[in-house]
Write a protein that binds this ligand. Structure first.
Ligand SMILES: NC(=O)c1ccc[n+]([C@@H]2O[C@H](COP(=O)([O-])OP(=O)(O)OC[C@H]3O[C@@H](n4cnc5c(N)ncnc54)[C@H](OP(=O)(O)O)[C@@H]3O)[C@@H](O)[C@H]2O)c1
Length: 335
C-alpha cells in the first residue's frame, strides 16, 4: 500500500483523498497546506493522520512513497520538480505546467531521477474510456469523420478565484480545455489506429475575461486529413458535456465523458446510435475515476515503471497536449 503525501488542501485534494480511502492501493499520510490551522482542519476532516506547512518535511519523509500535487496550476511544475528531485514519484493534477519549457523541465527531471511522473487526467483510467477505445478500434460506426467535445460551466466571476486570476493561470483553456482536446487526441488516434497524438492542423478563437484570460472559446483540430474535431471550453456557460463521435454508419455518444459515472454511482454509459436503432452499453465500475487513477499509479510503480510511456495517459501526450493548450490560449488572448 502506497503512503501518499498530498500537496494542496482544495476541492480536488479532498476528492482524491476520498478515492484513496475507499480503495486499498494507497492511503493519505501527510497533507501540506499554507496555513497551519487550516491545514490541520483539512487533515482532520479528511482523515489524514498528519499535516504540515513545510514542503521539505513532506518530501524528506522516508515513509512517503508518492506525492499528489493538487495546488493551482502555476505551482505544478515547481512542486513536481522538487518532489522528483527528492526521489518521490509524482501524480500531478492537470495542467502539469503552463509553458512548454516547464513541461520539458518536469519530464527531464523525472527521466534523470528515474522517478515516475504522471499528469492527472483521471477519465483516462476509467473502464468507460477503455470501452470507448475498444469500440472505436472495432469500427462500430464505420469510418470516423467528426468529433464534438466540450467542457464548460458557468462560474461566477470572482477576481480572487484561481479560475479568474491571471497570476494563478486562470481561464477555461488551462483549467478544462485539456479535457476535450485530450479526448479528441485519444479518439482520433484510436480511429486511425495510432497512439493519441497532436493533430496536423489546429485553429482556435474565442473571447476573454478581465485580466486577459480566456472565458469561452472553440478550437478546430484535424487528424490524418479525414477527422475533424470541434472543441469548446467555457467559464461563462454550462456546456453539454456529451462526447459525440460521428462515423459513416452512425455515431457514438458518451453522455458523461469526464466523471464517467452516468447511471449508478460507478457505472459508465456509452450509446451507439445508428439509423437502425440505438444500443446502450453499460460499463460496470467499482470505483470513481480518481480511484482507478490512484490504483493505476500504484500498479505502475509496483511494476517498476520509471516513466509513463505506456500508461492510459503517456508523457508523449502531456508534451503534445500542453503545447497545444498554450497555442489555444495564445490564439484567444493575443492582442
Ligand atoms: N482532475 C480533476 O478532475 C480536477 C478537478 C478540479 C481541479 N483539478 C486541478 O487541481 C488543481 C487544484 O484545483 P482545486 O479545484 O482543488 O483548487 P482549489 O479548491 O482552489 O484549491 C487549491 C489549493 O491550493 C492551495 N494553494 C497553494 N498555493 C496557492 C495560491 N497561490 N493561491 C491559492 N491557493 C493556493 C490552497 O490551499 P492552502 O490555502 O491550504 O495552501 C488551495 O486550497 C488545479 O490545478 C486544477 O486544474 C483537477
Amino acid at each position: 500500500m502506497l503512503n501518499w503525501g498530498i500537496i494542496g488542501t482544495g476541492r480536488i485534494a479532498g476528492t482524491f483523498i476520498r478515492a484513496l480511502l475507499a480503495g486499498s492501493s494507497g492511503r493519505p499520510l501527510i497533507v501540506l497546506g499554507r496555513d497551519p490551522e487550516r491545514t490541520r482542519r483539512f487533515a482532520a476532516e479528511h482523515h489524514v493522520p498528519e499535516s504540515t506547512v513545510n514542503l521539505r518535511t513532506l518530501l524528506l519523509d522516508p515513509r512517503i512513497d508518492a506525492v499528489y500535487v493538487a495546488t493551482p496550476h502555476v505551482s505544478h511544475a515547481e512542486l513536481s520538480i522538487a518532489a522528483l528531485k527528492m526521489g518521490k514519484p509524482v501524480l500531478c493534477e492537470k495542467p502539469m505546467a503552463l509553458a512548454s519549457a516547464d513541461v520539458e523541465s518536469v519530464l527531464e527531471t523525472s527521466h534523470k531521477c528515474g522517478k515516475l511522473f504522471l499528469e492527472g487526467y483521471m477519465y483516462r483510467w476509467h473502464p468507460q474510456t477503455a470501452k470507448l477505445v475498444e469500440l472505436l478500434r472495432a469500427g462500430v460506426v464505420g469510418e470516423i469523420n467528426m468529433i464534438e467535445s466540450a467542457f464548460g460551466f458557468a462560474a461566477k466571476y470572482n477576481p480572487a478565484d484561481r479560475l479568474f486570476d491571471p497570476a494563478l493561470g486562470g481561464g477555461a483553456i488551462r483549467d478544462i480545455g485539456g479535457y476535450p482536446l485530450s479526448m479528441a487526441m485519444l479518439v482520433a488516434g484510436a480511429a486511425l489506429g495510432r497512439e493519441p497524438g497532436a493533430p496536423e492542423r489546429f485553429l482556435a478563437g474565442g473571447v476573454t475575461a478581465p485580466g486577459n484570460i480566456d472565458r469561452s472559446s472553440c478550437a478546430i483540430a484535424v487528424w490524418g486529413g479525414r477527422i475533424v474535431a470541434q472543441l469548446s471550453c467555457s467559464l461563462g456557460a454550462t456546456l453539454d458535456a456529451a462526447l459525440r463521435i460521428h462515423g459513416s454508419q452512425g455515431r457514438i455518444v458518451v453522455p458523461d465523458p469526464w466523471v464517467c459515472n452516468r447511471t449508478e454511482p460507478e457505472t459508465g454509459l456509452i450509446r451507439i446510435e445508428r439509423d437502425s436503432g440505438c444500443e446502450e452499453i453499460l460499463i460496470p465500475a467499482d470505483r470513481t475515476s480518481f480511484g482507478y487513477e490512484a490504483d493505476g499509479f500504484a500498479r505502475l510503480l509496483q511494476s517498476g515503471a520509471r516513466e509513463a510511456v505506456s500508461a492510459p495517459f503517456r508523457i508523449a501526450e502531456s508534451r503534445a497536449l500542453n503545447r497545444l493548450l498554450d497555442e489555444w490560449f495564445q490564439a484567444v488572448t493575443a492582442k
